[in-house]
Design a protein around this ligand. Structure first.
Ligand code: ATP
Length: 445
């Protein structure tokens, strides 16, 4: 984990928030490569769970909303953690994580007390009790309160889903393990509304689909595990929850990455009761019979984007010794390679002129600009070619395109051709530079 955190800092993926002021516990700023990484994960998720389906649509709700939402959802009373504090060193812990004595100094712990983890703010110029509002601790509630708006305007019939990607905030007692547990993070959530009688079938389908999505995007199958929560572990709204655990390198070795919950009809009933005084107000036609109405159940796959990004980085990270670079430079140094799936990699291609000769630069710039219209492309002309390959391997760039003298003058290879080096196999392939866009398109879409 330290190596990943170090790489993320050194190569511009993730920085402590406001680092020049010493950071801010549980908050992280995503640098240029981290921002791209997250954008790519969101795009892949949105494509595979929203765009490709007839029965799923997306929304973009607000972070701050009517506080009644959190009363109805149960967060105002139930979204709590148990806090204990060491009387000696004053370190704070989540009460359900530890025993009787302070793990840091052995001191005595205070009695546990409940602490609501929603961030409070006030809306409007006057701070008074009536102006208190909360930063959302999960994105899904704006989906539930818009259920009727979306169903009607988009003419959706059960089963159908509403997806949302956005920021969530939790005043975690013990943020940590790098970005695994932060106080501000992004979630990718989907609420799939189903006829109650069929909820188990859809729940099982979603668990399978989510797991498969991870594997399809390069996560090693042996690093993930399904965990079905026991009845006493379920959240207040849940009828069943299966967590997809990833082998994060801390704690017990396996921690939650993605939670898939059958929330039953809890949320829609609660909002029906609170907003309209009728739990049945969101009852929806089941099948073609408009009279056979029920409040739908909802299956919720909920994934943390920051946690997902961390899992991708950990899973892709590889250290090779003995010299991987193929051409001029062989090295005994350790070389880091991020074997990120091409959909996820922040930079898709790097264009490397072999020397700083103007004719090579000209062609290399031309190629870079052409590729940039579709893919994030880096131009790098400094340092030996081996060093430049290593820089790209370290950030997971799948393709390095080298422009050399034969590219402009011809020789053993036809004029106009460039060499493409594949990150994982280090194979070199010769391609005419005019065919590069088509070549990339075939591999990246
Ligand atoms: P945990 O048990 O780790 O606190 P949770 O069960 O409270 O998580 P959910 O409420 O199910 O989490 O949230 C759904 C997803 O959002 C989680 O699977 C995780 O990926 C992500 N997530 C939750 N809390 C955080 C956090 N503090 N920082 C980063 N991601 C988070």
């Amino acid at each position: 984990m330290d190596r990943i955190a170090n790489l993320c800092k050194r190569r511009g993926f993730i920085f402590p928030s406001a680092e020049i002021y010493g950071g801010f516990g549980g908050f992280w700023d995503w640098g240029p490569l981290g921002q791209k990484l997250k954008e790519n994960i969101k795009a892949a998720w949105w494509r595979d769970f929203v765009l490709l389906w007839d029965d799923v649509v997306g929304i973009d709700g607000t972070i701050i909303t009517n506080p009644k939402v959190w009363e109805a959802s149960g967060h105002a009373t139930n979204f709590t953690d148990v806090l204990v504090e060491c009387k000696k060193c004053h370190h704070r812990f989540k009460g359900d994580d530890i025993g009787q004595t302070c793990p840091d100094c052995g001191g005595q712990l205070t009695e546990p007390r409940r602490f609501n983890t929603m961030f409070k703010t006030t809306v409007g110029p006057v701070e008074e009790s009536g102006s208190v509002a909360y930063l959302r601790p999960e994105t899904c509630q704006t989906i539930f309160v818009n259920y009727e708006n979306v169903r009607e305007t988009m003419r959706m019939k059960l089963p159908f889903g509403i997806a949302q990607v956005g920021k969530s905030f939790r005043n975690e007692i013990t943020p940590g393990n790098f970005v695994f547990r932060s106080r501000e993070f992004e979630q990718m959530e989907l609420e799939y509304f189903v006829p109650p009688a069929e909820s188990r079938k859809y729940f099982d389908e979603w668990v399978t689909r989510c797991r498969q999505w991870l594997v399809d995007h390069g996560i090693k199958p042996e690093k993930i595990q399904l965990y079905e929560q026991k009845p006493d572990e379920l959240a207040h709204y849940s009828k069943a929850t299966t967590d997809i655990l990833y082998a994060f390198p801390f704690g017990k070795g396996w921690s939650e990455l993605w939670g898939i919950a059958n929330r039953g009809d809890y949320d829609l009933r609660q909002h029906g009761k609170m907003a309209r005084g009728d739990e049945q107000v969101f009852a929806t036609a089941i099948g073609d019979d408009p009279l056979a109405k029920q409040v739908p159940y909802v299956i919720e796959p909920s994934l943390g984007l920051d946690r997902m990004a961390l899992a991708f980085l950990l899973d892709a990270y590889d250290v090779v010794t003995g010299g991987r670079t193929t051409t001029t430079e062989s090295t005994k140094e350790e070389e880091v390679v991020l074997h990120l799936h091409p959909d996820i990699a922040p930079v898709k291609a790097a264009v490397l002129p072999l020397s700083k000769k103007p004719e090579l630069q000209k062609l290399a710039h031309e190629i870079t600009q052409k590729l940039r219209r579709s893919w994030t492309t880096m131009y790098d002309e400094t340092g030996s070619i081996g060093r430049r390959y290593r820089r790209q391997d370290e950030i997971g760039t799948p393709f390095c395109i080298t422009v050399d003298f034969e590219s402009v003058e011809g020789g053993k290879r036809p004029q106009g051709t460039v060499t493409i080096r594949h990150r994982d196999t280090m194979e070199q392939e010769v391609v005419d530079h005019n065919d590069l866009v088509a070549w990339m398109h075939e591999r990246l879409g």
